[in-house]
Design a protein around this ligand. Structure first.
Ligand SMILES: NC(=O)c1ccc[n+]([C@@H]2O[C@H](COP(=O)([O-])OP(=O)(O)OC[C@H]3O[C@@H](n4cnc5c(N)ncnc54)[C@H](OP(=O)(O)O)[C@@H]3O)[C@@H](O)[C@H]2O)c1
Length: 290
């Protein structure tokens, strides 16, 4: 299959590019930079120059391909709402390039959280963009599904390898800056996680075997307590691990305070059954301590 990958130069997208090529697919990778184009060419992929803001470049990339994986996202959190709306427009444009075909489009979202304490499942409906701006991505997925596009959603937790771990990357940087690794209250709130290489494999399975309208959860671990995460960071950096009250947390976590107290367990039981995916790589804590 010739697969158009957006975000092909990013943390997750670059692992997907390698997973796809290793399985014999051709990749057409979106990039906006010379460095990205060089990396793609060196990897053996075709280069598609474009930008998330250039919707025509997205539509034409989708049109030229046999399937699309959409991983590009602007992670400037100071413009989060605008970036989520840009993702909506990007998914609509990719969908436009696929209308009238059965070619698969896999888009990206988050596993999110609910207040019940129960793990979120693939059956849980999207969180609307009026509640969480990132809901725009899944709303756009439903919109292109209604136009007959073979779209599925990949919901991600914290995706880790030795170098990065989603939002935990920023939490590590804060711990380094402040000289303490912190959690809030008893720190028993849980964050789900998955290894980067298991994630890339699951995107390929969703592309090859996914069904229109499905939601998949790339969850390797349902929920690691925030306290354990803080302890692993403290151990690795050799700094104290401290509990902060909710009143103190804002000063430590800054913009991440919105997330640090969230309990966000998520399950991948249905994804594993439906796609035959079984995550096998090392755990979040092993990566944080390695
Ligand atoms: N990492 C996680 O743990 C995690 C967790 C939940 C959800 N997600 C979601 O998973 C997806 C991939 O995340 P990631 O961690 O791989 O992100 P990343 O490393 O920041 O990569 C983002 C990719 O998007 C591209 N991009 C950004 N702005 C662009 C623009 N204006 N035009 C074209 N390309 C643009 C980047 O290209 P350049 O190389 O040119 O910058 C890069 O290839 C995103 O939707 C993200 O929100 C990730």
């Amino acid at each position: 299959m010739r697969v158009f990958v957006t975000g092909a130069t990013g943390f997750i997208g670059s692992a997907i590019v390698q997973e796809l090529m290793g399985a014999g697919h051709q990749v057409l990778g979106l990039t906006r930079s010379d460095a990205g184009a060089k990396w793609l060419a060196d990897t053996g992929a075709e280069v598609h120059r474009g930008d998330l803001d250039n919707l025509e470049s997205l539509r034409s990339g989708a049109e030229k391909s046999d399937g699309v994986i959409h991983c590009a996202f602007n992670h400037d959190f100071s413009k989060f709402v605008a970036n989520c709306e840009a993702d909506r427009a990007a998914i609509e444009a990719l969908g436009t390039g696929l209308i009238g075909s059965d070619k698969p489009l896999v888009i990206t979202s988050g596993t999110g959280h609910n207040s019940s304490g129960q793990p979120r499942t693939e059956e849980d409906a999207l969180v609307p963009s009026s509640v969480n701006p990132r809901g725009a991505s899944e709303e756009a997925g439903l919109s292109v599904l209604a136009k007959g596009v073979n779209v599925s959603v990949m919901r991600l937790p914290q995706v880790h390898n030795r170098e990065k771990a989603g939002l935990i990357t920023y939490i590590k940087a804060l711990a380094q800056e402040k000289g303490v690794s912190a959690y809030i209250g008893d720190g028993l709130n849980r964050w789900p996680a998955v290894h980067l290489l298991d994630t890339a494999h699951l995107y390929r399975l969703a592309l090859e075997k996914g069904r229109a309208g499905s939601r998949y959860h790339a969850v390797g671990e349902e929920g690691v307590s925030f306290r354990k995460i803080a302890e692993a960071i403290g151990k690795k950096m050799n700094i104290p691990v401290v509990s902060k009250s909710s009143e103190e947390a804002g000063a430590h976590f800054s913009w991440l305070n919105l997330f640090a107290a969230l309990d966000m367990p998520a399950s991948s039981t249905l994804t594993q059954e439906r796609l035959g995916w079984h995550p096998t790589r090392i755990s979040l804590l092993e990566d944080l301590e390695s």
